[in-house]
Every structure is written in structure tokens, then in C-alpha cells.
Design a protein around this ligand. Structure first.
Ligand code: GDP
Ligand code: MG
Ligand code: ZN
Length: 326
């Protein structure tokens, strides 16, 4: 029998209870780390290395169908000769943070599976760029996830008034917190969004302090940061893998990701209809079939905003994504 508390603290998102399943042939666990085709899976029997059997791996036609950090799996109890367990089954995902994979082929990539929210992190220093921040926020929205913006390196700025002012037009309701990951200032703002079994992904460009923040919250040097790496000459990106980190004291789970040069969105009509179905339904009753829900008369969407049935923030998210895919 699996300890239920263990399961829920690790973020088990399903109604049905895994404890009722036969535990003879497999272990249930969550992917906490991925290094190419190898997965580290946290199970009730400790963390195990696992891999898809070759057959399954080759059959998966889409990258996004392969397991990703945050996925729940069943893996074989007995490892193969090289000590690596076979992945037997992947549970269907709840909400996941996705983007368009880098490379020639246009395809979806799952950055973090089964998460509850996204922390977009930016430095207040020379890295600060309003358009880039907006793009990262849109990455969360296009995945159906709420976003919280963290402006880091506040220790270097007495008053980030100019940056906050510049952000006003793109935030449109997104909560924003000014923090210092290095000094641990205002980091309780982050944990206030989490809690036992709640998972969030951290995204932002390289060097904004994602790993420094994870380390502060973990209370130890868990992820490598740039400062550490500066002493070697490998010239590699600092964080090279995605990892789901369990915050001590059961404060929640955080996925650290390698920095992204660009937030390439995976936004298409399918994602929009999936996550903004309420707006599509309202729009069906607008007077004009091509209504943009801006200044048009007899716009049912804006009528819903006025009546309080739809938030202006949600409409703005939808409109930004719709403009992006148009
Ligand atoms: N002054 C200051 N430096 C920070 C802060 N957070 C991170 N840094 C520094 O920024 C650099 C990049 O941090 P890192 O965590 O590796 O960034 P990542 O690429 O987003 O994971 C390192 O040298 C950190 O020490 C902060 O709050 N204040
Ligand atoms: Mg990092
Ligand atoms: Zn309308």
C-alpha cells in the first residue's frame, strides 16, 4: 500500500486512489528529473532511474507524448540488467506548461507536467525587458495556467519604480513581487502561492536567478548557479536539466528549468478553445461574427465583463493570445 500522504504531498492530482491498485508489478512515481532519455522517478520506495522501453519510445510520434518532468508514471519493480527500470504507463496529464520546441520542426514541448501555476522571473538589472516578460506570461496563459511575476535582484535597486511603471500595460492583473533570491528578501511571497502538493514552474531567461531562488527555498545548494559555474571553463549553460524540487517542510514543489533565450509559445486555436471556451461561448452571441470584443456595439463578451461574469484580465489574456496566433 502506498502512503496516501506521501502521494498527495508529491502532488498526486487524480481523484482515483492509486492505493487501490495492485502494487505487485509496478511502482507509482513522479518524474522529478530528466536527462535526455533517462528519468529520475520519485516513488514510495525511493527515487529510481527509469527509461521507456525502446519499442514505446520509437512508437511515440510526438515529442509531447513522451514523459516529462512532473509526469506520473508506473515503472517496473525490477530493474533491467543495467539497474534502470522500464516505464510501463504514463498517467494522463492535467495542466502542463508547454512551449514550441526549438528546432526545425514545429512541435509542442512539455516543460513541466501537472503543475498549478507558473512563476515568471526576471532580473531588475540589464536583463529587464518588458516584451520578454509579456511573452513568458503568455506562455503560461497559452497553457491554461495562472502566472505570477517575480522581479529579482531587488538588492541592487533601491526603487524599481521605472521598471514597475513600464510593466503596467502588460501585467493587466498579473500579481507581481519584487524579491531578492540571493538575500532571501520577500521570498515568502512565493511560498504563499504554494503549499503541500502544489507544483509551480519557474521560467525566465538565463541568469535571472531561478536556481538561486530554488537554492534559497531549498535551504541548500541544490541547483548549480552561474556564480558556481564561473569557476570552471566549460562555458556551458548553468542549469542543463529540468528538475522538480521538493521544498522542505512540505511547502510545495518547484520545477527549475534551464534558461530560455526566447519564450516560443505553443498557442493555437486548439489551446485557445481548450482554455478559453467560456469566451468562445459568449462570443457566439455577439452581434458581429467577427467581433473583436473591443468597441463593437452589442458585444456579448463585453456585456459579460460589465455584468461581472467575466474578468477583464481574462479577456485581455485571451485577446493577446488570439492576436498572437492571428
Ligand atoms: N545581486 C543579486 N544577484 C543574484 C540574485 N539572484 C541571483 N543572482 C546572481 O545571478 C547569477 C545567475 O543566477 P542563477 O540562479 O544561476 O540564474 P538562472 O540561470 O536563472 O538559474 C548568479 O551569479 C547569482 O548569484 C539576487 O537576488 N541579487
Ligand atoms: Mg539555473
Ligand atoms: Zn464581442
Amino acid at each position: 500500500m502506498i502512503d496516501k500522504t506521501w502521494l498527495y504531498d508529491l502532488g498526486w492530482p487524480y481523484q482515483d486512489d492509486a492505493t487501490t491498485q495492485s502494487q505487485d508489478a509496478f511502482l507509482i512515481g513522479r518524474v522529478i528529473r530528466q536527462d535526455r532519455q533517462y528519468y529520475t522517478v520519485e516513488t514510495s520506495a525511493g527515487s529510481k532511474r527509469a527509461r521507456l522501453p525502446g519499442k514505446t519510445r520509437n512508437r511515440a510520434s510526438r515529442k509531447a507524448d513522451l514523459p516529462a518532468v512532473g509526469d506520473w508514471l508506473r515503472i517496473a519493480i525490477s530493474a533491467t540488467h543495467d539497474g534502470i527500470a522500464d516505464i510501463l504507463f504514463q498517467y494522463p496529464r492535467k495542466l502542463s506548461l508547454c512551449r514550441q520546441a526549438t528546432g526545425e520542426v514545429k512541435e509542442k514541448q512539455v516543460l513541466a507536467a501537472n503543475i498549478d501555476l507558473v512563476f515568471v522571473i526576471s532580473g531588475l538589472d540589464q536583463n529587464f525587458n518588458v516584451n520578454r516578460i509579456e511573452r513568458f506570461l503568455m506562455m503560461a496563459w497559452s497553457s491554461g495556467l495562472p502566472a505570477v511575476l517575480l522581479l529579482n535582484k531587488a538588492d541592487l535597486f533601491v526603487d524599481p519604480y521605472a521598471q514597475l511603471k513600464a510593466l503596467e500595460p502588460v501585467l493587466s492583473g498579473t500579481p507581481v513581487h519584487t524579491i531578492s533570491a540571493l538575500k532571501g528578501t520577500a521570498t515568502e511571497a512565493i511560498t504563499s502561492y504554494l503549499g503541500a502538493g502544489k507544483s509551480a514552474a519557474l521560467v525566465g531567461s538565463s541568469g535571472v536567478g531561478k536556481s538561486t531562488l530554488v537554492n534559497f527555498l531549498m535551504g541548500k545548494e541544490h541547483m548549480e548557479t552561474k556564480a558556481v559555474r564561473e569557476f570552471d571553463d566549460k562555458g556551458r549553460h548553468t542549469t542543463t536539466h529540468r528538475e522538480l524540487c521538493r521544498l522542505p517542510g512540505n511547502k510545495g514543489l518547484l520545477v527549475d528549468t534551464p534558461g530560455m533565450r526566447q519564450a516560443q509559445l505553443w498557442a493555437d486555436l486548439e489551446a485557445l478553445t481548450d482554455f478559453y471556451g467560456d469566451i468562445f461561448a459568449l462570443a457566439a452571441a455577439c452581434k458581429y461574427t467577427d467581433c473583436q470584443h473591443a468597441q463593437e456595439p452589442l458585444c456579448n463578451v463585453n456585456a459579460a465583463v460589465k455584468a461581472g461574469g467575466l474578468s477583464q484580465f481574462r479577456l485581455t489574456q485571451y485577446q493577446k493570445l488570439a492576436a498572437y496566433i492571428a
